[in-house]
Design a protein around this ligand. Structure first.
Ligand code: FPP
Ligand code: MG
Length: 351
């Protein structure tokens, strides 16, 4: 994440290797999408401006460098072109989901710039998302050997999981009785599944055995859920100029997230009743209805009154601790320290 200034000085050499590898991933990404049709290339270049934290590529690379079996020293020497390809595949799938997600959320700003749907309309955004998704599969199919075969299978499965999570979320829109269990299921599927597979594939490509690869998967899954909880918190409490995308969309679209679910299940009856009135006043069939500033302020103070924002923060912190625990048996190294530091940034971030 671009918070490198806060990283302990002794880890700077690993950060330099990581930065260089991420540069390589960007080149693979851009090369794989290039089109000689100017209208297609223009859209591709627009998506390249979305480049943000590059969390998934970073996790592929760091997992790859931390995971080699004990007869190989952990470090940069194990990085190959195949790792960069896996990292580019994961980022491309992620970009495809964002381009489609902005259509679903009617979002006009992403990473502080105009979304594809705002600039070029929903049709272009849907087809561009399909182009990215297809390109990711094509790129993945270029990976050789048994790990390449497994990568294609895992990436295909993860694409289905992402869509299933998004469909489950759609099904529960405006469901004011949504429970935590269903919320976690949605989040695990729509967000954490890809982060988990990024970590697992990075480790697998470095020769990790199935047991170790599974540890990296568990690390990514817990971290991915923490990531989405932080995203949901930023939607409620973030600063739009820093976050770089529209805020309060979850409530406006009737998507219940952890703070609201916790609030509705713990608030005293009168407080709960007032929150339900506010949400029902805003509920409608599909589309988007903006919450006015006083209504949002009263919702936020209701969430704070039941400790629901703090509960979500604590849950995200606990998940990061759980993620780190999954890697406890991985032998200590500067690379592992950077991986654990990145895990902390997932919940410390303001964007
Ligand atoms: C962001 O959630 C959305 C996702 C993590 C997943 C979106 C998945 C799809 C649209 C499935 C179909 C697409 C493909 C190509 C597999 P959010 O809206 O909470 O986050 P945001 O605040 O960044 O918009
Ligand atoms: Mg969205």
């Amino acid at each position: 994440m671009p918070l490198a200034s806060s990283i302990p000085a002794d880890l700077a050499p690993v950060m330099r290797v990581l930065d260089e590898a991420v540069g390589g991933v960007e080149r693979v990404f851009d090369g794989a999408l290039r089109s000689d049709l100017p209208p297609v290339q223009r859209l591709v270049e627009h998506v390249e401006t979305y480049r943000g934290k590059m969390l998934r590529p970073q996790l592929v690379i760091l997992s790859a460098m931390a995971a080699p079996p004990s007869d190989l020293a952990p470090g940069s020497s194990c990085l190959t072109d195949a790792h960069l390809t896996i990292a580019a595949v994961c980022e491309m799938i992620h970009m495809a989901t964002l381009v489609h997600d902005d259509v679903l959320d009617e979002a006009d700003v992403r990473r502080k710039g105009a979304t594809v749907n705002r600039l070029h309309g929903n049709e272009a955004a849907v087809i561009l998302g399909d182009y990215l998704f297809s390109s990711a599969y094509r790129l993945c199919s270029t990976l050789a050997g048994e790990v390449g075969r497994q990568a294609s299978l895992l990436i295909g499965q993860t694409g289905m999981t992402l869509c299933a999570g998004e469909l489950l979320q759609l099904h529960h829109r405006q469901n004011l009785s949504l429970d935590e269990r269903t919320y976690f299921r949605i989040v695990e599927q729509k967000t954490a599944s890809l982060i988990a597979v990024a970590c697992k594939l990075g480790a697998m490509q470095s020769g990790a055995n199935a047991h170790t690869a599974e540890r990296f998967h568990r690390f990514g899954l817990a971290l991915g859920v923490a990531f989405q909880i932080q995203d949901d918190l930023l939607d409620l409490t973030g600063d739009q100029g820093v976050v770089g995308k529209p805020l309060h969309r979850d409530v406006e679209l009737g998507k219940l997230t952890l703070p609201l679910i916790h609030h509705l299940s713990t608030a005293p009856p009168d407080v709960r009743g007032r929150t339900l009135l506010l949400l029902r006043a805003n509920a409608h069939d599909g589309g988007l209805r903006a919450l006015n500033a006083p209504a949002f302020a009263s919702l936020l103070s209701a969430l704070e009154s039941t400790g629901s924002i703090a509960h979500a923060r604590q849950t995200a912190d606990d998940l990061v601790a759980q993620a780190k625990e999954a890697l406890a048996p991985i032998r200590p190294s500067p690379v592992k320290s950077v991986l654990l530091w990145v895990a902390d940034q997932v919940v410390a971030r303001a964007f």
